[in-house]
Design a protein around this ligand. Structure first.
Ligand SMILES: [Zn+2]
Length: 424
């Protein structure tokens, strides 16, 4: 999911209150993953309309999702005080540390069998090393169809690996290109499985599935399964989930607020390094977004961007989202009515296959510096965000059991095919 923070001036304006307050910050140590030093975080729910959702997220809280008409979020005591002072009265429905402890003990609380492994029972999820091994295996098994490369390095020096899938993968052919990326947000591990599903289906399925063969023959398909490997591996360190979202640069940058299109324009991200939607010091200040965007820019050949379509996979809420997120307007700078209609038509077509809810990104609340905005606003790439399974779920929503991987990734096969076929 995406969360955001506004200044309290913006919040007060949004909820129509007359009292103004100065911007407040999360206390040092909060939301840094240093659980010992962080104040206890509660889980809250409140009935909220759109303006109130914008306002709630303005407090720097970690919005989990919408349940019915209710917004659920994680907040520190200070954030809660601020919301209440602003006239919003959420009800506490849980305690984050308790829910995480419960989730982490679900399979008997056993430590993972080996270092850097997912918690016991969830070993079917791919670690960073396992992703890389499987990409290499795909390229070894299908040398004509798949080629692995690195687009750069993470904050902690991990290679950001990518696989190209096409007939004659070693040759840059004049074919429309498609990009899939996953795991910008660390804790959204199911998305990594989604990218690995795309890889296995398009390589292993090539010989037997005529539709796959047609797509692979006619397109060049790039897949980056882990954009935020440092964060993902930190989130499972010691065999316990930590609800970590951002990268691992200091207190962390929210990679999906760090893209350099309308970066920080519209109160759709956080200026506080401790906030869950901290946008970073500048557009593409994070090496991970810089690497992925530089790769996309490298596909601009003789003034023509070769990548025509893109999905950025996230969890959770079961949504198909299209740009823009920074404005509620449909037709605006860099988006004509005709262009918007195309986004909506294809978005709804994809949502018709996976039973997600289709909408413009800003339909939930305002975000800025997200990947879809840059992909379309800067490169005219037909770019969607999928928020995957589950539809709702609080803390557990980020950590579905490994038993759902097959069903919840194959659920998007038809939508992925529609996206590829619309890359032209
Ligand atoms: Zn996300």
């Amino acid at each position: 999911m995406f969360t955001k923070r506004r200044t309290w001036t913006g919040l007060v304006a949004a909820v129509g209150l007359a009292v103004l307050a100065t911007a407040t910050s999360v206390p040092a140590g909060a939301q840094t993953g240093d659980q010992a030093a962080a104040p206890a975080r509660g889980i809250y729910s409140v009935q909220a309309d759109k303006a109130q959702r914008n306002a709630i997220e303005a407090g720097g809280v970690d919005v989990l999702g919408q349940r019915g008409g209710a917004t659920e979020f994680v907040a520190t005591p200070q954030q809660l005080d601020e919301l209440r002072a602003a006239g919003i009265a959420p009800t506490q429905i849980g305690d984050l540390d308790k829910q995480l402890a419960e989730r982490n003990s679900r399979n008997g609380g056993k430590a993972a069998a080996k270092a850097d492994e997912f918690p016991a029972g969830d070993e079917a999820y791919h670690t960073y090393d396992e992703v890389n091994a499987e990409l290499e295996k795909a390229a070894t098994d299908h040398p004509d169809l798949a080629a692995v490369s690195s687009i750069g390095k993470s904050v902690e020096g991990r290679d950001l690996n990518m696989i190209k899938i096409s007939d004659n993968a070693g040759t840059d052919e004049d074919e429309p290109e498609v990009l899939f990326n996953c795991n910008q947000h660390a804790r959204e591990h199911l998305t990594t499985e989604m990218c690995m599903r795309v890889v296995s289906r398009l390589t292993d399925g090539y010989e037997t599935d005529a539709k796959v063969k047609e797509m692979v023959d006619g397109k060049e398909i790039w897949v980056v399964p882990m954009v935020n490997p440092d964060g993902a591996m930190y989130d499972i360190e010691g065999g316990e989930y930590k609800m970590w979202r951002k990268n691992r640069d200091g207190e962390g940058t929210d990679l999906n607020r760090n893209w350099d299109y309308k970066w920080g324009c519209c109160d759709g991200s956080d200026t506080d390094p401790g906030g869950e939607t901290y946008r970073g010091t500048a557009g593409f200040s994070a090496p991970e977004t810089k690497a992925l965007s530089d790769f996309v820019l490298s596909r601009n050949v003789n003034g023509a961007q070769q990548i025509k379509a893109h999905i950025d996979f996230h969890t959770y809420s079961e949504l198909v989202l299209w740009p823009f997120g920074h404005t509620d307007e449909t037709v605006t700078e860099d988006m004509t009515q005709e262009e918007y209609d195309r986004f909506e038509t294809i978005g709804k077509e994809m949502a018709g296959t996976n039973d997600y809810t289709p909408m413009q990104s800003s339909g939930l609340y305002i975000t800025d510096g997200d990947s879809n905005g840059w992909m379309w606003g800067s490169q005219k790439i037909l770019s969607y965000t999928f928020e995957m399974y589950p539809g709702q779920g609080g803390v557990d929503g980020f950590y579905p059991p490994a038993s759902v991987i097959e069903e919840q990734t194959s659920r998007n096969d038809a939508a992925v095919d529609i996206l590829i076929q619309n890359a032209a």
